[in-house]
Ligand binder design. Structure first.
Ligand SMILES: Cc1cc2nc3c(=O)[nH]c(=O)nc-3n(C[C@H](O)[C@H](O)[C@H](O)COP(=O)(O)OP(=O)(O)OC[C@H]3O[C@@H](n4cnc5c(N)ncnc54)[C@H](O)[C@@H]3O)c2cc1C
Length: 415
């Protein structure tokens, strides 16, 4: 029977960061990485918008993201390959009721060195060509039906921006494969059926290759970086409801379009920050196009990723045209559907040991912010494995047991 010191299930950005950081910190053991996809980052990592920001409501997210931003900024230098880092900022816009609550966050942001600027409506309009903060130009019936209000202010996150999570994942694996005497063994097209549990201890996995060959492999530690598939694998491992995670799979679509005003596009569009406007519509510059997203309310828990052009036309572009009239020319060029691993209880990741099973490590439930957090979390988890404790950032608030302890870490700025 094959035996490894560590088996990591999943080959996305979170697993890449964990493995790279383990090796960098001096892990000398053997590592097996398993993914049923046919390449590194074939899952949600490949479908991400790649936004990063440290504007959050929870300390842990502010700290993890500020740290990750530093790592991403230096990624090309450290890794020898780029990750398409763009420090173009993040711009949240607000209606009056939400705006009134914003100053309450200032103290926490200052304490966590979150670099932000408060913008007035005219300053928002200067950053986003054609955006009108008022509602006088809108059809009153639409204003009422879609509950539009004037944008009265904005928060600009100066250290925020976007990157390419797939490139970063590949970079992590390349370094892990090429720079260390004990590179990981990576087996793709390989499904992990279950984690082997003996007397409450994770002792390995049972896998199945694309050819249908089943094999049991033993391991000292099993790390699950499986995104929205986490509960499937836990259930197949014989675990009950009390052992699962509050993670569901939710479709999220991204739309690639022409710029507002096309073909007479204001050249400032290529410098816009990632901007969030009415109803959670967000957009950013993406390789000569606009990338737009908007989470559907109450998206069901399933693995469907069908791309819906009608959703873009009716639910995204129509409201966007009200705020930015020139968005009527944002013709859809392409798009895709991917999956969030949404933690329905507090919209935050679940990282660290599974308290009910020894040697079982979790890194899941990122709820739409795993690309930006996993550079820091991978380092922290590597410390946990190697030194028995977090050193860089204490990730214990994100422990699995917080749900049964009633110690949720509720994040409210989720998009
Ligand atoms: C449309 C969209 C937009 C997003 N935008 C952002 C954003 O702007 N910023 C941000 O930070 N995050 C964003 N995210 C979230 C981000 O992409 C994820 O949090 C992140 O990619 C998670 O990476 P991961 O490595 O944990 O897992 P994933 O990329 O989810 O990969 C999990 C892997 O596990 C494998 N796997 C699962 N089960 C098994 C099994 N039983 N056997 C073998 N392999 C298995 C899968 O094949 C997959 O490759 C977005 C996600 C989507 C879908």
């Amino acid at each position: 029977m094959r035996k490894f010191d560590l088996i990591v299930v999943g080959a996305g950005i979170s697993s890449g960061s964990l493995i790279y950081n383990l090796l960098k910190l001096g892990f000398k053991g053997s590592i097996l990485v398993l993914d049923r996809g046919d390449k590194i980052a074939s899952g949600p990592t490949a479908f991400s918008a790649g936004g990063f920001r440290n504007l959050w409501t929870t300390d842990i997210n502010q700290k993890l993201c500020s740290y990750s931003i530093g790592l991403l900024k230096n990624f090309a230098q450290e890794m020898g390959v780029g990750c398409a880092y763009q420090g173009s900022g993040y711009l949240f816009t607000y209606y009056q009721k939400a705006w009134d609550k914003i100053p309450a966050a200032f103290e926490q942001w200052n304490a966590n060195a979150v670099n932000f600027e408060v913008l007035k409506p005219h300053e928002i309009e200067n950053k986003i060509p054609g955006l009108l903060c008022g509602i006088d130009h809108m059809d009153p019936e639409i204003v009422e039906a879609l509950e539009f209000e004037p944008i009265v202010g904005g928060i600009f996150g100066k250290d925020c921006g976007s990157f390419d999570p797939s490139q970063a994942a590949v970079g992590y694996f390349e370094r892990a494969l090429n720079d260390y005497p004990n590179p990981p063994v990576i087996e793709l097209n390989t499904e992990v059926i279950s984690v082997s549990i003996v007397n409450g201890v994770a002792t390995g996995v049972t896998l199945k290759t694309a050819e249908g060959v089943e094999e049991s492999v033993t391991a000292g530690i099993v790390a699950l970086c499986t995104g929205p598939w986490i509960n499937q694998i836990l259930k197949r491992s014989g675990m009950g409801q009390e052992d699962l995670t509050p993670v569901i799979a939710q479709k999220r679509m991204m739309f690639i379009t022409e710029f507002p005003g096309f073909p007479n596009v204001d050249s400032r569009w290529k410098d816009i920050p990632l901007t969030i406007i009415d109803q959670g519509i967000y957009f950013k510059y993406e390789s000569g196009n606009l990338m737009i997203g908007k989470a559907r309310k109450n998206e069901p828990d399933n693995f469907d990723t069908t791309f819906e052009q009608d959703y873009y036309i009716n639910e995204v572009n129509l409201p966007m045209q009200e705020r930015i009239p020139s968005a009527s020319s944002c013709k859809l060029k392409s798009g895709w559907g991917g999956l969030y691993d949404t933690n329905v209880l507090d919209h935050n990741a679940i990282v660290g040991w599974h308290d009910n099973y020894k040697n079982l490590l979790l890194q899941v439930g990122y709820s739409g912010h795993g690309a930006m957090e996993s550079p820091a979390v991978g380092l922290c988890l590597a410390e946990l494995i190697l030194f028995g404790a977090y050193r860089t950032i204490d990730c214990s608030p994100l422990r699995w047991s917080r749900f049964r302890e009633g110690k949720l870490v509720k994040e409210t700025i989720v998009i």
